[in-house]
Design a protein around this ligand. Structure first.
Ligand SMILES: *[C@@H]1O[C@H](CO)[C@@H](O)[C@H](O)[C@H]1NC(C)=O
Ligand SMILES: *[C@@H]1O[C@H](CO)[C@@H](O)[C@H](O)[C@H]1NC(C)=O
Ligand SMILES: *[C@@H]1O[C@H](CO)[C@@H](O)[C@H](O)[C@H]1NC(C)=O
Ligand SMILES: [Cu+2]
Length: 150
């Protein structure tokens, strides 16, 4: 009797484990506020943030939060650099606008990491000075969500 109920419990536990393993990948995607409490702003080390928060996986969401500019608040934006060289030098000439100066307001601007390629994010304000001097830049290369082990 004792043995039978404990083996029933084992079977039940195995079923739960099997169901968890079958859970769709998408439901495990995570959502990250870029910079956490600092949000998207001048002078925060986003390279360090990426190291601490990573790894990132395909379909995870990055949320960029920043206030729209006014007399006292400086403008920020989000651009994607085309390659590592442009990222290193903060050369915005071929950069693609991802979110304009007002799009980080409220609950923020969401970017889903759909592709497993390096994403070179920078702030494009002041002709690249927010990128060069303000450290508003980071690289994320999402891993396959099949590799998520949590
Ligand atoms: C990512 O999300 C899309 C849309 O929800 C889905 O079709 C795709 O299978 C997902 N990819 C992965 C690797 O989870
Ligand atoms: C930002 O963080 C990275 C990674 O921890 C570090 O290598 C770099 O020196 C930091 N930058 C500054 C300006 O402190
Ligand atoms: C500028 O925006 C900030 C943040 O949204 C707000 O707290 C502040 O009151 C605004 N200042 C002016 C002068 O509108
Ligand atoms: Cu900026």
């Amino acid at each position: 009797m004792e043995a039978r109920s404990s083996s029933a419990a084992l079977v039940a536990a195995a079923v739960v484990v099997a169901l968890l393993a079958l859970a769709p990948e998408a439901s495990r995607a995570e959502r990250f506020i870029v910079g956490d409490a600092a949000r998207w702003t001048w002078g925060y080390n986003y390279t360090d943030w990426v190291i601490k928060k990573g790894p990132f996986f395909q379909n995870d969401t990055l949320v960029f939060m920043y206030d729209p500019p006014n007399a006292t608040v400086h403008a920020h934006s989000v651009y994607m650099m085309r390659n590592a060289a442009d990222y290193q030098s903060c050369n915005l000439k071929a950069a693609k606008l991802v979110a304009g100066v007002t799009q980080g307001a409220g609950s923020g601007f969401e970017f889903v990491l759909r592709k497993r390629k390096p994403h070179y994010f920078v702030c494009g304000e002041r002709g690249g000075i927010h990128c060069t001097m303000g450290q508003m830049k980071f690289i994320v290369k999402p891993k396959s969500s099949a590799c998520r082990d949590d």
